[in-house]
Ligand binder design. Structure first.
Ligand code: NAP
Ligand code: MG
Length: 487
């Protein structure tokens, strides 16, 4: 068999590099804050660097917003809310949201390339998942803007005012769409902060928002680290906090809003179980497991990071899984053949490696794809652990990387109790030929989403959110309108 020059293992075919061109992208060396429709220098004069995690090169300098800047942004959002946005006929509001959706589509290639450069994800995903879904969310919620009376029949609904929104680094543009689109459709104005390592597509979105002609101050986009997020949370004139991120920060935010009037939604961590029964279509299930945990380098809150295989088929499934892992291509995020891109940051790589070491120290057996990794940048081979126990750290804690913990089970009751045995409850997957088993399992799983014979399927019409320490409130679908309304 031919050897892939890039992979140094037999994949059975040769793949020439197929990098997506970067000629068509337009990046400035420096980005200021987008406040009140204007590019605004940070009051501290401070900028931080955002790097490409695949080669550690600096992409741009990014303004760091402090309390003063957040105050400016909130004031702009309040003024826009009171004077323009809350008074505008709903159908007019909808037109601006449609315009944003169309502009994202028009600039889809640029968005995808920049998302992959700034965050490390494979271009196949940013191109086929992140960007189309982001446009899809704007289209979907644009449609609701003038139909809220049909969404909530016989009820009077009112917007809340200014929404403060804080997002993580795993799906920057998509998370921004999940938050901005329903907020605007329901008549609220927005101050949103990107994560420190992935600010660029939000500032590209600011360009789109500018081009859409939406009145100044309706959407304000800022950047900075945790303190910037805290300044949004603690600002007295913010009516609603929407946060997606870690459970640790979610708890800090919940404590901060106690005793205030701020309505809150928290989308937090996860430790999803993917369950394969002996009657499942096994090849399809293996593909779903691969997609569930290695998609986006495992930087997915709903990643299927725990695999449960019914004992009678566990040897067979493990063999198929390892074979498939070996064919995964790890490398240049901009290459169209790449399955697994770069880990988002040096810090995150450190966290993942720490968990891998813990797994080995706890006596688990490790298997990794044998590919070589680039010299520069942050990389992790797809990794699988067997011989783990329910109490193992790698089974209980969110790793947020391409690391899968595999266990076996005999009965449906056993797997349900094992699957529910974590502090999280965001998502799960089940693979079986029997519909009755699916219904039995979904009704007993403590998870906000249960996928059956598929995994990581998203749609703007479908609500998303967790149980237990995975947070509360729903984003997406009709449910996603509620957190932005007084009903
Ligand atoms: P994170 O550390 O909690 O950060 C999330 C955001 O909060 C970032 O913008 C961060 O800024 C900001 N932040 C940090 N400290 C803050 C504070 N004290 N007050 C207000 N904001 C603060 O999470 P992450 O590492 O970026 O993302 C990974 C986590 O997100 C995982 O746990 C994952 O499961 C979760 N996630 C959940 C969902 C869901 O829908 N349930 C979706 C995606 C991700 P900096 O970036 O500057 O630190
Ligand atoms: Mg970056």
């Amino acid at each position: 068999m031919a050897k892939s020059p890039k992979l140094e293992f037999d994949v059975g075919w040769d793949l020439s590099p197929a990098p997506e061109s970067t000629d068509h992208i337009n990046l400035k060396g420096q980005y200021d804050l987008f406040i009140n429709g204007k590019w605004t220098k940070p009051s501290s004069g401070k900028y931080f660097k955002t790097v490409n995690p695949a080669n550690e090169k600096v992409l741009a300098e990014i303004a760091e917003a402090n309390e003063k800047d957040i105050d400016k942004a909130v004031q702009a959002a309040r003024k826009a809310y009171v004077e323009v946005w809350s008074k505008m006929p709903a159908a007019e509001r909808g037109k601006y949201i449609y315009r944003i959706a169309r502009l994202i589509q028009e600039r889809a290639r640029e968005f995808a390339v920049i998302e992959s450069m700034d965050g490390g994800k494979a271009i196949r995903e940013s191109r086929d998942v992140d960007v189309p879904l982001a446009a899809g969310h704007f289209f979907y919620y644009a449609g609701w803007a003038d139909k809220l009376e049909y969404a909530f029949p016989n009820r009077r609904v009112h917007s809340l005012g200014v929404a403060g929104q804080i997002i993580p680094w795993n799906f920057p543009l998509l998370m921004a769409a999940w938050k901005i689109a329903p907020a605007l459709a329901t008549g609220n104005t927005v101050v949103i902060k990107s994560a420190e390592t992935t600010p660029l597509t939000l500032y590209k979105l600011a360009e789109v928002i500018e081009a859409s002609g939406i009145p100044p101050g309706v959407v304000n986009i800022v950047s900075g680290a945790g303190e910037t997020g805290a300044a949004i949370v603690n600002h007295p004139d913010v009516d609603k906090i929407a946060f997606t991120g870690s459970t640790g920060v979610g708890k800090i935010i919940q404590r901060a809003v106690v005793g205030t009037n701020k309505k809150t939604t928290l989308e937090l961590g996860g430790k999803a179980a993917n369950i394969i029964f002996e009657d499942a279509p096994l090849d399809q299930a293996v593909e779903g497991v691969i997609n569930g945990i290695y998609f986006n380098q495992g930087h997915v809150c709903c990643a299927g990071s725990r695999l449960f295989i019914q004992e009678s088929v566990s040897d067979l499934v493990l063999r198929k899984l390892k074979d498939r892992m070996e064919s995964l291509i790890v490398g240049d995020p901009l290459d169209k053949n790449t399955d697994i891109g770069a880990i988002n940051s040096k810090e995150q790589l450190g966290t993942i490696n720490h968990f891998i070491k813990t797994g080995k120290d706890e006596g688990a057996e490790m298997y990794q794809n044998s590919c070589s990794l680039p010299d520069k940048g942050y990389w992790c081979r797809p990794t699988l652990f067997t011989n783990v126990s329910q109490s193992s750290k790698i089974v209980q804690e969110e790793i947020f990387g391409p690391v899968l913990a595999v266990q076996t089970f005999r009965t449906i009751d056993e797997v349900i109790s094992k699957a529910n045995n974590t502090p999280y409850g965001l998502s799960a997957g089940v693979w079986t030929d029997k519909g009755s088993k699916i219904f039995n399992l979904t009704s007993q799983m403590k998870a906000g989403i249960v996928w059956a014979n598929t995994y990581n399927k998203f749609d703007p019409t479908s609500p998303f959110g967790g149980y237990k320490e995975s947070g509360f409130g729903r984003e997406g679908g009709l449910h996603g309108l509620k957190p932005y309304l007084k009903i």
